[in-house]
Design a protein around this ligand. Structure first.
Ligand SMILES: Cc1ncc(COP(=O)(O)O)c(C=O)c1O
Length: 527
């Protein structure tokens, strides 16, 4: 029960502010408590004789309502601010499976905002594998992994992911968010340091907040800034808690420094310059590299092994075998198991999700050295204290990997590259300002399928997306502050291998039409 009661509960206004109890006015349960309280105040006060000497200013009544339900008042304030800024998020209900076309409100839409980069979230072989596992392993395990939540399917999936990505070991998490939330505290202590890209995903930021290591940040993608932050970390100085609070006391000697970056940044498809970050981390004593490859695993790079592959850092052995030796603090040094090697192109710890290209259901994982994974099993809190992945998800993800690692995967990645190139080219030709880009690096990656259409203003971006959907049946979403920096509102378009060329062309045509209507593009030339 909320303190002060919620909507529908009788309240009395502050003595002297109003002469009516508001019980008669708090009849709705759909408004927030504060909004209901404000309505009650307004209604009650409207009945008061105009000559009443007890007339109170509306501010006093609002203050009284807020005092009665401070949570409701603060939520109403937050909502009003978000609505005024055009950043209040609402959810559309999809009636059926995720795919390049979705049904919303009985209408079929072309969908350009899912993370199903390879279109496998409703693939028949994947769905069939999940159904088989329901028969063989049941629905849920009702347990965390270390009690009675580990099946042969979980173990098989961990082994398969590790072998594919060139890691010594792998550990599954309930989500990619949980993987990042669990890593830092389990591995690092107050004598250690984390060096983090300024635009890393929220889950990394939260994970870092939970650990006691000193925190250093470098400007987004700025390798010189990273070098300076590494020097600062090595000196045992600087660093803060990243929240503007006091720094964890500096240790005399930093023992471990973990550099962490998104491989591909989700809001604009920008790619971390791993080909420069890896050598820098390798030559820094005690430094290791962690990469979040949620927007890369399965589709980015020639064989879909992610950012390291896309940046030309993996060897030619597409099974994920080792190709180069390690030095410095990271990679295979300290590796404990015999035959397998940890070689992910200079990435020591790779976190990723099963919730995007790798089937799109749910789940995350960390690939790393065996001793790192062993410690995560002992100490990563989202692993220890949250239910295990459903067996059907593990089985279906194994079926996804059959596709991803085979010829079908090559064909899907080629289709995705084609679609991304087609969309980028046509949108640039039309005159839109596009962020991100990716590609290059010699690792078989074309343009990244995240294409941000930069619009700047939050309200403009949200209205633009609304017209795309309502007038053209194209489902895209606007992102604005605080999800992206102020003044950089955008519509993030995500291409999928499952889009047809006609889908991509229809999406571009809708952008051009709305762009002209809203003055983002000049009007069409007559003639
Ligand atoms: C870069 C990045 N890291 C982590 C996550 C979290 O993954 P999951 O959805 O599996 O929790 C996401 C998902 O949005 C992401 O984009």
């Amino acid at each position: 029960m909320l303190r002060g009661g919620g909507a529908g509960q009788a309240q009395h206004h502050q003595r002297g502010a109003c002469w009516l109890p508001c019980a008669t006015t708090t009849t709705t349960t759909t408004k927030t408590a504060a909004a209901a309280a404000a309505t009650a105040t307004a209604t009650a006060c409207a009945r008061r004789p105009a000559s009443s000497s007890s007339l109170a200013p509306p501010a006093a009544a609002a203050a009284a309502a807020a005092a009665a339900d401070p949570l409701g008042a603060s939520l109403a304030e937050k909502r009003a601010a978000a609505e005024a800024a055009g950043t209040w998020k609402s959810e559309r209900v999809i009636q059926g499976p995720q795919g390049p076309r979705v049904r919303v409100g009985g209408k079929e839409l072309r969908n350009f905002c899912s993370n199903s980069y390879l279109g496998l979230s409703n693939a028949p072989s994947v769905v069939a594998a999940a159904k088989r596992a329901l028969d063989t392993h049941g629905f849920g395990l009702a347990s965390v992994r270390f009690i009675c939540g580990t099946t042969d399917l979980h173990v098989a999936l961990e082994e398969r992911l590790a072998a594919w990505l060139g890691a010594e070991a792998c550990i599954l998490f309930p989500s990619g968010f949980d993987a990042n939330a669990g890593v830092f505290e389990a591995l690092l202590g107050p004598r250690d340091a984390v060096v983090s890209d300024a635009l890393n995903h929220a889950s990394i930021i939260d994970g870092v907040r939970l650990c006691k290591a000193r925190r250093h940040r470098y400007a987004h993608g700025d390798v010189a800034g990273l070098e300076a932050a590494l020097r600062e970390a090595a000196s045992g100085g600087g660093g803060g808690d990243g929240d503007g609070g006091p720094s964890t006391p500096a240790a005399a000697t930093t023992t471990t420094t973990l550099v962490v970056t998104d491989g591909v940044f989700s809001m604009d498809g920008a790619v971390a310059p791993l080909e420069r970050i890896v050598p820098l981390v390798r030559r820094t004593p005690g430094a290791y590299l962690m990469v979040d490859d949620c927007h890369a695993s399965g589709f980015w790079g020639a064989t879909g092994r992610g950012t390291a592959e896309a940046r030309g850092l993996l060897g030619s052995d597409s099974s994920g075998g080792s190709s180069s030796s390690s030095s410095g603090g990271g990679s295979s040094s300290g590796s404990s198991s015999g035959s397998k090697k940890n070689d992910m192109g200079g990435v020591d710890i790779l976190s990723s999700t099963l919730g995007k290209a790798l089937g799109g259901a749910t789940g995350g994982f960390v690939c790393a050295r065996a001793d790192v994974v062993a410690q995560l099993r002992q100490a990563a809190r989202p692993y220890l204290f949250s239910n295990t992945l459903a067996p059907s998800v593990a089985a279906a993800t194994l079926a996804v990997l059959d596709v991803v690692q085979g010829e079908e995967g090559d064909a899907l990645r080629a289709a995705l590259r084609r679609n991304a190139a087609l969309f980028r080219g046509a949108m640039a030709d039309a005159g839109f300002s596009l962020g991100g880009g990716g590609g290059g690096g010699g690792g078989g990656a074309g343009p990244h399928p995240i294409v941000p259409v930069m619009l700047g203003d939050a309200a403009l971006a949200s209205e633009f997306a609304r017209r795309m959907l309502e007038r053209h049946g194209v489902y895209v979403v606007a992102f604005s502050y605080p999800v992206v920096p102020k003044g950089t509102a955008r519509i993030r378009v995500q291409l999928s291998a499952a889009h047809s060329e006609a889908d991509v062309e229809a999406c571009v045509a809708a952008f051009v039409a709305v762009g002209r209507e809203m003055g983002v593009l000049p009007p069409a030339a007559r003639g």
